[in-house]
Write a protein that binds this ligand. Structure first.
Ligand SMILES: Nc1ncnc2c1ncn2[C@@H]1O[C@H](COP(=O)(O)OP(=O)(O)OP(=O)(O)O)[C@@H](O)[C@H]1O
Ligand SMILES: [Mg+2]
Length: 264
């Protein structure tokens, strides 16, 4: 049975979320080298990478949201401009990952996802095939077609969907904070699935470090809860991508500051 890890490169880690269209190139380079080194050391067998919208997708959607408030889901310009902005970010991310030796295949989320009345439909066969060749599918948070127009599908929600469909064993959310903080500012090191609701009500808000149209940490935890529907999922990590070595340590099961979410 293959070991599959899904890594979500949060927009908060790879872009400056408070500065439109700006990439944290230095951090992205280091994150790429840590991923590459974890792969070379045998800490990862198979990997899917999803990245978030950061100061690309979130900013475009927010601009349209302010202008049009209602009927956003039928705004074709919002769809086109968000897709183009996300492809620009995706291309930059793909090039850096490739430069560091990662065999990534960029995949446009809007081309393989449809949201029907009964939920997300995702064409999974190509992703499965890529994994068989040890390639790394690279998807991103995007605007996708729904039964009633177009809507944002966050990178976190795609991760949950992929985890269920691909029977992933681990998920690593790389972001800009050390993990989930309590109200008093301490990092929750281990969080049991059964405690997620309590933590959501008492400690987590839907704020973000910048413009965010997908509900920040709050919606991330909701996506994590959903991902645990898959029996194969063992651990979910929330780790900072802005502090060197943490990502590599988490991927290699070594000690590092982060939040680990486990069953139970
Ligand atoms: N209890 C909490 N612990 C940690 N972060 C929290 C908490 N409550 C709210 N947050 C916010 O959640 C943010 C992380 O979510 P955010 O959506 O901005 O990052 P991301 O998912 O990495 O980015 P993107 O959505 O662009 O991919 C933090 O910057 C922080 O402001
Ligand atoms: Mg987010």
């Amino acid at each position: 049975m293959r070991d599959l890890v899904i890594v979500k490169l949060g927009g908060a880690a790879i872009t400056f979320k408070d500065r439109p269209f700006s990439i944290r190139l230095h951090d992205l380079e280091r994150i790429a080298s840590e991923l590459s080194s974890a792969l070379k050391s045998g800490c990862i067998d198979n990997m899917v990478i999803v990245h978030g919208g950061g100061s690309y997708g979130h900013i475009v959607v927010e601009t349209y949201r302010k202008m049009y408030r209602r009927k956003l889901e039928l705004n074709t310009n919002m769809f086109v401009d968000t897709v183009l902005a996300m492809r620009e970010l995706n291309n930059a991310v793909a090039e850096v990952l490739r430069y560091h030796g990662l065999p990534v295949i960029p995949m446009d989320t809007h081309s393989i996802v449809y949201i029907g009345i009964d939920g997300v439909k995702l064409y999974i066969d190509t992703i499965e095939k890529l994994l068989n060749y040890k390639l790394i599918p690279l998807l991103y948070g995007d605007v996708v077609i729904t039964y009633s127009g177009f809507n944002v599908l966050s990178g976190d929600d795609i991760v949950a969907e992929l985890a269920i469909r691909l029977k992933a064993n681990r998920i690593v959310f790389v972001t800009s904070v050390d993990g989930i903080y309590t109200r008093s500012g301490n990092v929750i090191e281990i969080l049991k699935y059964s405690e997620i609701d309590r933590v959501l009500t008492s400690h987590v808000s839907n704020t973000s470090s910048g413009v965010d149209v997908t509900g920040g940490m709050k919606r991330k935890l909701a996506a994590i809860k959903r991902a645990f529907q898959s029996e194969n999922l063992e651990t979910v990590y929330i780790v900072s991508g802005l502090v060197p070595k943490r990502l590599k340590s988490v991927l290699c099961n070594e000690n590092a500051m982060c939040t680990r979410i486990v069953r139970g």
